[in-house]
Design a protein around this ligand. Sequence first.
Ligand code: PLP
Length: 397
Amino acid sequence: MNERVAMQAANPRIDGRSIYLDHHATTPVDPRVLEVAIRMMVEEYGNANGVENIHGEHAARAVAEAKEQIARSVSAEPDDVHFTSGSTEAIQLAISHAIATHRSPLRVAMTRIEHKAVIDTVVKAERMGLVEKSWIAVDDKARLDWQSLERVLDEGVDLVCVMAANNEVGTIYPVQKIAHAAREQGAGVLVDATQAIGRMALDLDEGILDYVVLSAHKIYGPKGVGALISPGFDRSSIYGLQGAHHPTPNVAGIAAMGRACELMELEGAKESGRLAMLRDRLQERLIALVPDLTVNGDKASRLPHNLHFSAAGAPNEVVLSRLRGKLSISSGSACNAGAQEPSHVLRAMGLPDALLESCLRIGLGRSTTLGDVESAAILIGDAIHDVRMNFSGASHV
Ligand code: PLP
């Protein structure tokens, strides 16, 4: 591997770039993952569909190995792994498949804090008359309201959509328990494990889920590759024509995703322990530096690399502009047509406008150091202080 590329991959801050703490948005590719991708592009570049020669055979073997590595991380069978361009496409395929294989309209229940990739797909399908949707409520920490789930299941549901962990506030969901409750009522289950995979124990009973979606770029793999893991999935049942011919697989991306999952399997628990300690340190420093700081989400059960907070009186877009070029963090809410929408997650949690408008999301990652966290606390503390002084008088300082 080119030495500069390898160094850059090992240390994303080379070239004096901003400290990167936005790992919920995306992660840098791990050099060990990059090595696999480069090998598959430059040395073992055969067509995985053309196994009549040794090059094709090696490529096909790499795809099969990636399926095993990915399946292992969610207690599934390798044959049930279907590659996509990421979680969004996997979600769209899963919902399309459920629509195509169930009664019409498909009755879909989803939590109010699902990713927009789920919500927008279901809403669009409803507009097309293909789906009847219902919502599952959450509480002020974004925890699932179990009574709301039971009510919805009693009314009759074909598919329950629930994320394993939330991409904004990091709250973790009991997917195994939810899946059993849904199954008892005859409903299928789609789990969006995009943010959770490798970062927490999923402990799933084999075959309990109908659809699981994953994305490589959230776990130090490349962008543009993901997977739908589903025992009953078959592309041809969606449109009829898809599946008539198998497209040439993105072998480099697929093999890289397999390696990324394998590394998460091997190192995820240790990494999560380290990141949770750094996150707790950052939280402690911010609470000390920023008066009236509110930590959002479920502090007792959240992703280890997540910290989400609000600093009333400091609009987040102004704070982010102060941090631009020095520290990369985000508001965490969806961006629609170039404009930042108020977070639907925080709205579902019932947070007041002052906390909604001032929320910031931090996602720590594999290359994050204690020094990064100490610097980030000071940068954020100073930016919020400055914004509060200039935007809302001295009421918060
Ligand atoms: N689901 C969750 C929970 C996410 O965080 C994301 C991305 O931010 C997606 C789905 C969409 O993933 P992708 O970027 O792979 O399409």
